[in-house]
Design a protein around this ligand. Sequence first.
Ligand code: FAD
Length: 554
Amino acid sequence: MATTSGAVPPRDMALAAWGDPARHKALPSHARRWLAREIGLSDRKTPAVSLREVALAPSRLSAEARAALATVVGAGNVRDDAESLLRHAGGKSYLDLARRRRGEADVPDAVVLPGDHADVLAVLRVCAEHDVAVVPFGGGTSVVGGVAPLSGQHPAVISLDLRRLADPVRVDAESLTATMGPGMRGPELERRLAAHGLTLGHFPQSWEHATLGGYAATRSAGQASIGYGRFDELVVSLQLATPAGTLVVGRGPASAAGPNLRALMLGSEGTFGVITELTLRVRRTPEVVHDEGWSFRSFGEGLDALRRLTQAGLAPDIARLSDPDESRTNLAFTGGGKTTLLRGLLTARGHRGGCLLIVGWEGPRVVVKDRRAAASSLLRAAGAIRLGTTIGEAWRRHRYDAPYLRDDLLDHGAMAETLETATNWGDVAGLYDSVRSSLRSELGRNGKRPLVMTHVSHVYPTGASLYFTVIADRDDADPDGQWQRAKDRVTDVIASAGATVTHHHAVGTDHRPWLEEEIGTLGVQVLRAVKSTLDPTGILNPGKLIPGLGPEQA
Ligand SMILES: Cc1cc2nc3c(=O)[nH]c(=O)nc-3n(C[C@H](O)[C@H](O)[C@H](O)COP(=O)(O)OP(=O)(O)OC[C@H]3O[C@@H](n4cnc5c(N)ncnc54)[C@H](O)[C@@H]3O)c2cc1C
């Protein structure tokens, strides 16, 4: 077992924007002009207010609770300065950012930074004694309200920031596992694993800032989920600190020792316990990484080909099929001579207005060669044309850029948000049509012309997820209502179609009203029973995930 420590801390994210402020990206002017034509974006300056001016409510944490917390973690690790509180005011959804950009922020009563598992247990004990709610906080990249500092029925709430629980990373190169703390971030973990010739292979778009604990708590899915599996498939075992004590779930490579408690803790979103350690399955660094682009005449043809690839066991490790609106927007945003050439080629081959597919293979050279050959034959037979590696490599280079572009759009009078779902193959096309038409009609009020783009990037033998991105001219009279109404309506559409309300973003506050429809009343009662065993006073993350438990009823 090799052990490494000394995590390089990531740069803090901007308070009311995505990511590293030094990496801010502006949309090129040709893309802005295109949006003006396409959606009537009336390009105007809508900058965020300075968060230094935000008036914060006074802390409700009692002096006794504060002193007890300071005794556990040290006075310097109980923080209530404005910057610390604002950094824990919520996640990174459009509505989170929009509110903070206007200078509105609900903040926790303090931020507490434990240093190890024993600290977390002791913090939970103090909070149960002093009736303080606890919101576990990883990278704070939730887009469903998961880290909103809600106090529920409790008079105060702390944000429990897990960044100090990252080290050490223990690698078992024989069994191909790695063990680490929940505050470890993806780039740092990959750096440590690379030294052993290993990789985790989990690359969600939030990779630069999300934490390993957050991935487990939300059942995240990365861009290479087809090849490497969703995050829940990578977890070997978890250690949790709960108000009722320590829980360790998962043993050995596989087990039939009763129901799978590890699965019960994955996706528990900080409501059952705080993940304080994870052991994950890792792989050898691939010898070859090969990305390329393909084109289909229609989304339906592309979906059918992905289904057949997956069911035949020929799926690539990465597959990302964009619908016509996303494909033409990608080309319009990229611009330049190469795009003009590509458009010419697509027109000449009868694929104008078609769909782009990015595929990626990773692994030993000979295996990648054979897998590519088999998949390419199927793609060609399904009517696809190969566009070459440039487009695939460009996707890999820019795959973390989109959230930065969203910030630039918000600076220029737009609203921009994403949502996702998944369903069985027989229902994918119908769900695609109904979600799109619901989004277009809700966001098309008051003469707006929203752009609704869709892609498929997670496929299974039985079905696929659909990921929607919307951009619209912002309704300045009711900016939050504009999105909230559309999101509520479309979630009704998704739930009544029998699809899942979330394939990977999790439940949080946003999807909680629909959870009972998805898992049934008895399913909710099971969650409540587990919660009352592990967290009898309901201090952990009130108002999230479990319907009927806080903030209104907990
Ligand atoms: C730009 C952007 C792109 C994204 N792309 C993807 C994507 O490609 N795939 C994807 O799956 N998701 C994506 N997300 C959503 C988000 O990044 C994921 O849900 C991620 O797993 C959250 O990790 P985090 O560390 O930021 O968790 P946080 O946001 O801090 O927390 C999320 C939830 O987990 C709980 N939690 C966090 N840490 C712990 C812990 N140690 N113990 C118990 N509970 C804990 C929190 O209380 C909260 O309920 C994206 C979000 C953004 C803003």
